[in-house]
Design a protein around this ligand. Structure first.
Ligand SMILES: C[S@@+](CC[C@H](N)C(=O)[O-])C[C@H]1O[C@@H](n2cnc3c(N)ncnc32)[C@H](O)[C@@H]1O
Length: 474
């Protein structure tokens, strides 16, 4: 590393520099310069090109020390020159300023420019993705003094990816679990593989537990009134019914397992919420007989069985016990036809789904089948959300799955469908922040493990890189 001496008068301030200026800190730096001189060289750019213009002598790191040096009458300082395009220069500026106080407006502007929610960069500069999202939002609404944070306004950022791994999500979930108690009771060990699935047994006692935060979001975003009515044809535990009742809505759930309803009712009575949730024991295929004919609802919200992924009982009417996917889908259609008939006009269906694979590992395309079904019932597909779940056992399964080129699924899908005239909707659409990558296979999926090597051949350094003296630090 070559350290040169440069005149302070030749140095140029980076026009976008986000670091805060504080008179107090400036005095401290001045005092330190007086006592010790420059302990570290500053970093300047030596780059110029047609695209970036002349960036020579622009300070990349050391703005505060140069301010102090100028005030202290220091005429020359030690500097290291780097040769960086403007975008890299801005990134380097952020990295060198890591852990320092930033002027948020300028920081937001550069982050917007760099178009990054890139984890490594956000971590290096000391902000997590959530803070960056909040800053971008705050910047957009800067002119509005009544602006509020996205999490304050909506509970979670209203983006097309729901990230349940985030701290704000986990804290909210803990709160609901504390309020509602153990949501896995009565189904322990029911997940495919049952008690054999030791890894899953370690997580959630072997059952998939519905996330109460999802319920809270569905009710607060997709019900038009404070005291709405919800219909759920596959009630399960209290993660949907309990949250609805606690939030002051009226919940009607159909559930085929008597013991689950008994557990739910006991818990609701304990919580003093029994009048807000009604559970109907039976097969939701008989919805019209189970539920009084005059009942209509503000929201259909449910998480159905994903065919045979989780077998809930040995009851032949339990949808998860159907012999074929086709049979399952036939009953499924009959159930949702009745649900949609009971949904009021200009209201939503919110359904939480996960795709399932057949015995050859091929996806059944359950999500698309749902979209087709609801569209055929006259509903409009309105939001498609990727719900990213905590990793749980995913890392343990990765190596094995990848032998067959199956990427481990760490998400579920939430569809919101609308019944009625979409022009009447005031709800904003969610901001799209995901795209999808699909992979299709031609041939017999059983041959994948033999045909494709495991683990995949990853070449660490595909383009061997000769250090270029024109690039990076000179
Ligand atoms: C996906 S689970 C819901 C459980 C949810 N994941 C939870 O933890 O709350 C589906 C529920 O539907 C119930 N079920 C299955 N077939 C049914 C049917 N034909 N009618 C009513 N309920 C049914 C199961 O007993 C199970 O509780």
């Amino acid at each position: 590393m070559h350290i040169q001496t440069i005149k302070t008068e030749d140095l140029r301030v980076a026009e976008y520099n986000p670091r805060k200026k504080s008179p107090h800190v400036l005095e401290t730096v001045k005092a330190s310069l007086k006592d010790y001189g420059f302990l570290q060289p500053i970093v300047i750019n030596a780059h110029q090109c047609e695209l970036c213009g002349d960036r020579r002598n622009v300070i990349v790191g050391g703005h505060r020390r140069i301010d102090a040096a100028r005030e202290a009458g220091i005429l020359e300082v030690p500097a290291v020159a780097v040769n960086l395009h403007i975008v890299q220069e801005k990134q380097a500026n952020l990295r060198l300023n890591a852990q320092e106080e930033f002027k948020k407006s300028e920081l937001t502007t550069i982050i917007q420019e760099l178009n990054t929610l890139d984890a490594s960069l956000t971590q290096t500069i000391g902000f997590d993705a959530q803070e960056i999202v909040e800053m971008l939002y705050a910047a957009r609404y800067q002119s509005n003094p009544t602006r509020r944070l996205l999490t304050e306004l909506f509970l979670i950022p209203p983006f097309s990816v729901f990230d349940a791994k985030q701290d704000y999500w986990q804290k909210r979930k803990d709160l609901w679990h504390e309020a509602l108690g153990n949501l896995a009771e009565t189904r322990e060990g029911k997940l495919a593989g049952g008690t054999q699935n030791l890894l899953m047994m370690g997580v959630n006692k072997g059952v998939s537990i519905f996330d109460p935060v999802l319920s809270e979001i569905a009710y607060s975003w997709f019900i038009p009134t404070k005291n709405g009515s919800i219909l759920d044809p596959f009630a399960g535990s209290l993660a949907r019914g309990g949250v609805a009742a606690a939030l002051g809505h009226t919940y009607h759930g159909i559930e085929i397992r008597k013991e689950q309803i008994e557990t739910n009712l006991a818990k609701l009575t304990e919580l003093n919420l029994a009048d807000k949730a009604t559970f109907y024991l039976g097969n939701s295929k008989n919805l019209n007989e189970l539920i009084p004919p005059t009942n209509s609802y503000d929201l259909i919200f449910t998480c159905p069985p994903y065919y045979d992924l989780e077998i809930y009982s040995s009851d032949a009417e339990d949808l998860s016990t159907k012999q074929t996917y086709q049979e399952f889908m036939e009953d499924y259609r009959v159930i949702f036809k009745q649900c949609v008939d009971r949904l009021k006009d200009n209201r939503f269906v919110v359904i939480v789904l996960g795709d399932i694979r057949d015995e050859r590992g091929i996806y059944r395309n359950f999500i698309s089948d749902n979209i087709n079904l609801f569209q055929s019932l006259g509903l409009h597909l309105y939001n498609e959300i990727v719900y990213v779940t905590p990793l749980a056992t995913a890392p343990h399964r990765a190596e094995r799955n990848m032998r067959k080129r199956k990427v481990v699924k760490t998400h579920q899908n939430i569809l919101t469908l609308y019944k009625g005239d979409p022009d009447l909707l005031k709800n904003p659409r969610l901001l799209e922040i995901h795209q999808k990558v699909l992979t299709f296979f031609k041939g017999d999926s059983e041959t994948i493990a033999e045909t494709f090597i495991a683990p995949p051949n990853i070449i660490r350094d595909p383009i061997p890189h000769e250090p270029n003296p024109e690039e990076g630090i000179v």
